[in-house]
Design a protein around this ligand. Structure first.
Ligand SMILES: Nc1ncnc2c1ncn2[C@@H]1O[C@H](COP(=O)(O)OP(=O)(O)OP(=O)(O)O)[C@@H](O)[C@H]1O
Length: 471
């Protein structure tokens, strides 16, 4: 799929007829982009070749001088059980096919079978091996919890365990040729994660981002596939599509949940066939980029209501990560606050202000529907207006109040709903007030000023209630 040999492991073709070996190599490269091919026409050399390592799949001819394919199959099973074998026979013999499958062959083909069947079988075996390898790699890393390239994730500030587990997963699948689907609410850092996945992919090309929301099908096709001169009125010159711009790199399609059905069909075809036609051209081009897609939408729900194709969803979700919203990793708020304070001060050419005590704690009491983007904007805004050494809570309090006012009827916050509506028996006024005070103190981490702010009362009034509660 790119200039690196594909797949990442070698495919050994064994046959005593060099002409067949040659033809099969050309077919596999031309039809499936398979380039990591080793050929061998002497059956005696097969096992020593496998001992050297690097081979994942073997295609074996059955009838060969010295060692037969069946004999080799048995020996491979004994000495290299991790290697997958496919038998390609000159004759159609059911009994031999059954014996080979019993010996562990992954598949059995006749040389006279259609090219597509043999190529399809090889691709199936390659995918199975790739998934097995990714799974093994991932399990071993998740167990050890180690990242090989932590530097790829440096721009993503977090200390959250679920985020770290997600990094491990992204690192494990970074070199896979299958698409990566990143989901998560708006502002959670999906684009940042796509950048990390690209830098880990080992692809030398660029990361090309296309936001597909709002693109009608014609613009989508033109943007991705490009066009030849004269393809349509106004197409005065050739346009390279983004797929080509991303050659040997990564094509990142953002807001994939908003793609029109017509464009979904085209994307699916691209992923299935690995090739596409620039508009106005009848010469196909090969897809030579890794595909990463992202969305803040709920794709299974969209699929259920019929606005997202099931076949595309299944294709995209082979490797999938969901970035948790900030409210599910509140422990990151102090880290992010710190990070954005430094970043904003340097961007605005100011001295880094010291946040007032309790600011981080106060921020954890808010749900951040806009996630990290919202927190970042708040910090930048506060740093740009402040002039003292100490950064007070005020700009954050007003930003949060403004955001809550803007949350309109559809997004009514918990505080505006009636929490007692479902209760069969109501608590007494005193009990309810007591629970409320304790919850506010809990959320404010014991800080009375903060808790009073959350309850909309003065600090002395809260103090009085606390004293009453403590008896
Ligand atoms: N963990 C993080 N550490 C530092 N900065 C972050 C982190 N997560 C997100 N950001 C910053 O927050 C902003 C939003 O991030 P990003 O654009 O990656 O989100 P997104 O999930 O792709 O959003 P959308 O769905 O709206 O496209 C960016 O400025 C990004 O740099």
């Amino acid at each position: 799929m790119n200039q690196n040999p594909y797949p990442s492991f070698g495919i050994l073709l064994v046959d005593d007829e060099p002409a067949w070996l040659n033809m099969l190599s050309i077919t596999l490269e031309g039809c499936a982009g398979i380039t990591n091919i080793v050929t061998c026409s002497d059956s005696r050399e097969v096992l020593p070749l496998l001992d050297k390592g690097g081979i994942g799949l073997v295609l074996l001819d059955l009838t060969m001088p010295h060692l037969t394919g069946e004999e080799l199959l048995k020996r491979i099973g004994e000495s290299h059980p991790e290697i997958t074998a496919i038998v390609v026979s000159g004759m159609n013999q059911i009994a031999t096919a059954v014996r080979c499958i019993k010996l562990g062959a992954f598949d059995y083909f006749i040389k006279t079978d259609e090219e597509d069947r043999i190529v399809g079988g090889v691709l199936r075996a390659v995918r199975m091996l790739e998934m097995q390898r990714e799974y093994d790699e991932m399990s071993s890393r998740v167990v050890s919890g180690e990242l090989r390239h932590p530097e790829a994730f440096t721009p993503i500030v977090t200390g959250d365990r679920s985020m770290l587990a997600l990094f491990t997963y992204v690192e494990a699948v970074a070199k896979s040729p299958q698409p990566l689907l990143i989901t998560g609410e708006s502002g959670t850092g999906k684009e940042l994660l796509a950048q990390a996945a690209h830098s880990l992919s080992g692809c030398r090309g660029r990361l090309v981002t296309v936001n597909v929301a709002g693109l009608d099908d014609a613009v989508f096709s033109d943007t991705l596939f490009g066009h030849v001169r004269g393809a349509f009125t106004g197409a005065d010159s050739v346009r390279r599509g983004m797929i080509e711009e991303a050659e040997n790199g990564t094509l990142f399609l953002d807001e994939i949940g908003d793609l029109s059905i017509a464009s979904q069909v085209k994307l699916l075809r691209l992923l299935q066939e690995g090739e596409y036609f620039p508009l106005g051209s009848d010469r196909p081009k090969r897809l030579k980029a890794r595909i990463i897609v992202a969305t803040h939408q709920n794709l299974p729900a969209k699929e259920a209501e019929g606005s997202f194709r099931r076949d595309l969803y299944y294709r995209l979700r082979t490797h999938q990560v969901r970035i948790p919203p900030l409210r599910e990793r509140k422990g990151d708020i102090p880290l992010l606050l710190n990070h954005f304070l430094t970043e904003a001060a340097s961007a605005l050419g100011k001295k880094r202000p010291t946040p007032t005590q309790g600011l981080a704690q106060y921020l954890t009491t808010y749900g951040f529907p806009g996630n990290i983007r919202e927190l970042k904007a708040m910090v930048y805004d506060a740093v740009s207006v402040h002039n003292d050494r100490m950064l007070t809570m005020e700009p954050f309090v007003s930003a949060i109040e403004r955001a809550q006012e803007d949350t309109g009827p559809a997004g009514v916050t918990a505080a505006k709903q009636n929490p007692f509506a479902g209760f069969e028996e109501l608590p007494t006024f005193g009990d309810a007030a007591g629970f409320l005070v304790m919850e506010a103190m809990n959320r404010a981490g014991g800080n009375q000023t903060l808790a009073a702010r959350l309850l909309g009362i003065s600090q002395p009034a809260l103090n009085k209630r606390l004293k009453l509660l403590r008896g």
